[in-house]
Design a protein around this ligand. Structure first.
Ligand code: E4P
Length: 218
């Protein structure tokens, strides 16, 4: 299972990359807006740190505008994956981008039929938003289970990118279900490797070691 970092913050990306923990990055317009910098500059910086898929989202809602933005974004670097919203015009553009061999990530997917359409049109990734689904009292992970089953039924090459992961539990469940990728904020990535019993255990080992190696008449 691949881990993507869901951020446009260069410090976070650099830090996670130093530990070898990330296979790619996802951004969205809200995350980019938070940084207050030029979008393409941010993307160029990310490509210098991470050698993996980097999702960059279009903001047009008409196929023509989406295609124009997609070409601009894809020209920044070979690792850019164009993120297209799950709307009719987005799907029109997706069909063309697939023909051109431009990698895509269909975002804001909230039901299996939307994901099925994206897969039929050749999306590289489809992004179901589990956290936002949980927010409205639906079980986000049920959507992932459905998608895994549907994609296996038809042997789609489209990868299920579990987005809007808000906790380590989302990542664990996505892995158990066999999703291809989970994208998560820096905080969740850090939480993945923590356990209080690890810290308590290490502390005890180190103290015992220190006691045993005290000089006898120190
Ligand atoms: C990633 O591709 C999505 O844009 C992101 O995971 C959304 O997360 P949020 O629902 O926590 O904003």
């Amino acid at each position: 299972m691949k881990f993507f970092l869901d951020t446009a913050n260069i410090d976070e990306i650099r830090d996670a990359a130093e530990y070898g923990l990330i296979d790619g990055v996802t951004t969205n317009p809200s995350l980019v807006a938070k940084e207050g910098r030029d979008f393409k500059d941010i993307l160029r910086d990310i490509t210098r740190i991470v050698d993996g898929p980097i999702s960059a989202e279009v903001v047009s809602t008409e196929a023509e505008g989406i295609l124009h933005e997609a070409h601009e974004l894809a020209s920044v670097h070979r690792n850019i994956v164009v993120k297209v919203p799950m709307i009719k015009e987005g799907m029109k553009a997706l069909r063309q981008l697939t023909k051109e061999g431009i990698r895509t990530n269909v975002t804001l997917c909230f039901n299996p039929n939307q994901a099925l359409i994206a897969a039929k049109l050749g999306a590289t990734y489809v992004s179901p938003f589990v956290g936002r689904f949980d927010d409205v009292s639906e079980v986000g992970m049920n959507l992932i289970a459905d998608l895994v089953r549907i994609f296996r039924n038809y042997n789609f090459q489209t990868q299920i990118l579990v987005a809007s992961c808000r906790s380590p539990l989302h990542v664990r469940e996505a892995a158990l279900l066999g999703a291809h990728v989970a994208t998560m904020p820096y905080k969740v990535l850090e939480q993945l490797l923590k356990h209080p019993l690890t810290d308590i255990g290490l502390d005890r080992f180190l103290k015992d070691w220190e006691k045993a190696h005290q000089p006898a008449h120190a």
